[in-house]
Design a protein around this ligand. Structure first.
Ligand SMILES: [Zn+2]
Length: 94
């Protein structure tokens, strides 16, 4: 698990592994890629929050979804975090 961006060959290899793992479609909108080069690497948890190139945190996304998501947490993860967060954290007045 590297914290720095892998070289271009490793990025190409990682893209191929993710295409096999997730199918040749965008992780977010499920639109099939017309070619493998349409698939962009996206950090599911933004790199600014979790500085890793671990494959489990990477998904393939179309350009529109990747640029739309930007450096934010994906909504499904936000919903899980909100659902599991205490309603009123200890020590914080309501
Ligand atoms: Zn998409």
């Amino acid at each position: 698990m590297s914290r720095t961006r892998p070289n271009s060959r490793r990025v190409r290899d990682m893209r191929q592994r993710l295409l096999c793992r997730d199918g040749r479609r965008c992780f977010y909108c499920r639109t099939p890629f017309t070619s493998d080069t349409d698939a962009t690497l996206d950090h599911y948890i933004p790199y600014s929050l979790w500085r890793t190139w671990w494959a489990r945190n990477l998904v393939l996304a179309c350009t529109d979804c990747n640029s739309g998501k930007g450096d934010r947490l994906p909504w499904p993860l936000v919903w899980v975090l909100l659902a599991t967060a205490p309603a009123c954290p200890a020590g914080v007045p309501a």
